[in-house]
Write a protein that binds this ligand. Structure first.
Ligand SMILES: [Ca+2]
Length: 343
C-alpha cells in the first residue's frame, strides 16, 4: 500500500509529463483542423461532423454524425486535455476510425476512457445506458456506460477506462469506435484512445482497474486505481495500469538525483528493511509487470524503492492520504512513509 500510493503522489508532485507508446495519432483528440472560433458553437464544440470528416487530426468520422466538444461552462470535462467526443451527434449516431501500422499475428490492446453525455433536452435523453462498439481486425466488443448507475455530471464525468485486446492480421489495421445507440446528441462520450502492442500474454490478465483519472494535458492531476488479489498480483496490476508513469518517474528520479547520488541511494535501499514484508511481494509483481511491458526500461526493485522514497526526501511529505468516497465508512486515514532505515 505504501509503495503503491506514494508513487501516485510523486506523479502528482512532479507534474510528470510522460510519453506513452501509443500507436495512434492524436488519441486524445486535442488536435483539430479548424480554429475554435470557426466551430458551430465557437470555443464550445464543433457539432454534427459528418461521415468522411477529417478535421480531428488522424481520425475519420464514420457511420453517422458525431460532436467534437471542448471543456467549457456549457459542456463536460474531458478525461484528458480539453477535448473529447460525443458519438451521437445532433443528427444521429456515428463514430471515428484510424488506421495504424501493426504486425500480423501480434497482440494489441485498445484502451480508452468512456462516459455518457450528461446534458438534457435531447431526444433519447431517457436512454441513460450509453453503448458503443469497438471493431478492429475483424474482431469487436460492445461497451456500455450506465448513467443511472454512475450518476456522472458535467463537473465529474466519472470516466471509466475500457480495454479490448485483439490480434492483428495485417501490417495495417483500422480501429473503429462507434455508437450503437439510435438517439441524438446525448450518446457515449470517449477520450484518450490508445493502442499498445502486448509483449506478454499475461499483460492483460490483471487484478486491477483504473477507477478515475483527471489529468491536464501536462500530466498534473490525480489517478485512483482499485486492486485486488495477492500482494504480488496487486503489484503486477498496479504496474500494468500505471507502467508509463512509473517508468517515467524512475527516469526523472535518476535525472533529479544524478548518477552518483542515485547509485548511493540504491545502496541505502539495498540495506534497508521494508515492513511489512508483503511490500516485497508487491514490488516483485511490479518488477515482473514492467519487465513484460517495458523491458527496455530495465527497472528492478531498488529502482522502485528509490523512486518511492524520493517524494519523502524531496518534499518532506506524507506518502499519501485517502478521503471521500474512496474510503470505507467515511474514514480519512493517512499513512506516513518514512522509508530510510525503515524499522
Ligand atoms: Ca482529450
Amino acid at each position: 500500500m505504501k509503495v503503491r500510493m506514494s508513487i501516485l503522489v510523486l506523479v502528482v508532485a512532479l507534474g510528470v509529463s510522460f510519453a506513452r507508446a501509443n500507436l495512434l495519432q492524436n488519441g486524445s483528440f486535442e488536435a483539430y483542423a479548424k480554429a475554435p472560433d470557426m466551430w458551430t458553437f465557437p470555443n464550445i464544440g464543433d457539432l454534427q461532423l459528418s461521415v468522411g470528416n477529417t478535421d480531428i487530426t488522424g481520425w475519420i468520422t464514420i457511420r453517422g454524425h458525431i460532436d467534437y466538444v471542448e471543456n467549457s461552462v456549457y459542456t463536460w470535462r474531458a478525461a484528458d486535455g480539453e477535448r473529447s467526443l460525443d458519438l451521437c451527434g445532433d443528427s444521429g449516431s456515428g463514430g471515428v476510425s484510424q488506421t495504424f501500422a501493426t504486425e500480423p499475428g501480434a497482440t494489441y490492446e485498445v484502451q480508452f476512457h468512456m462516459s455518457g453525455n450528461p446534458l438534457t433536452g435531447y431526444v433519447g435523453e431517457d436512454q441513460l445506458n450509453k453503448t458503443l462498439r469497438v471493431q478492429v481486425a475483424g474482431q469487436s466488443a460492445d461497451f456500455s456506460y450506465d448513467r443511472a448507475v454512475e450518476q456522472n455530471s458535467m463537473e465529474d464525468m466519472k470516466w471509466k477506462l475500457q480495454t479490448f485486446v485483439f490480434v492483428a492480421d495485417s501490417n495495417s489495421t483500422t480501429l473503429e469506435i462507434f455508437s450503437t445507440m439510435d438517439i441524438i446528441g446525448v450518446g457515449p462520450v470517449i477520450d484518450n484512445v490508445q493502442v499498445f502492442k502486448i509483449t506478454s500474454p499475461y499483460q492483460y490478465s490483471i487484478n486491477g482497474e483504473l477507477v478515475e483519472q483527471q489529468l491536464s494535458y501536462s500530466g498534473q492531476g490525480h489517478t485512483v486505481i482499485r486492486l485486488w488479489g495477492s500482494y504480488y498480483e496487486m503489484g503486477y496490476a498496479h504496474a500494468h495500469l500505471l507502467g508509463d508513469y512509473i517508468v517515467d518517474g524512475v527516469h526523472q528520479t535518476k535525472a533529479i538525483l544524478g548518477g552518483g547520488a542515485y547509485d548511493g541511494m540504491r545502496q541505502v535501499m539495498a540495506q534497508a528493511i521494508w515492513t511489512p514484508s508483503t511490500i516485497e511481494n508487491e514490488l516483485d509483481g511490479m518488477v515482473d509487470s514492467l519487465a513484460s511491458t517495458h523491458p527496455e526500461a530495465g527497472i528492478d526493485k531498488l529502482a522502485l524503492k528509490v523512486f518511492n522514497t524520493l517524494g519523502d526526501w524531496a518534499y518532506a511529505c506524507r506518502s499519501h492520504m485517502c478521503w471521500g468516497r474512496y474510503v470505507i465508512n467515511g474514514n480519512s486515514p493517512s499513512f506516513v512513509s518514512t522509508c530510510i532505515g525503515v524499522q
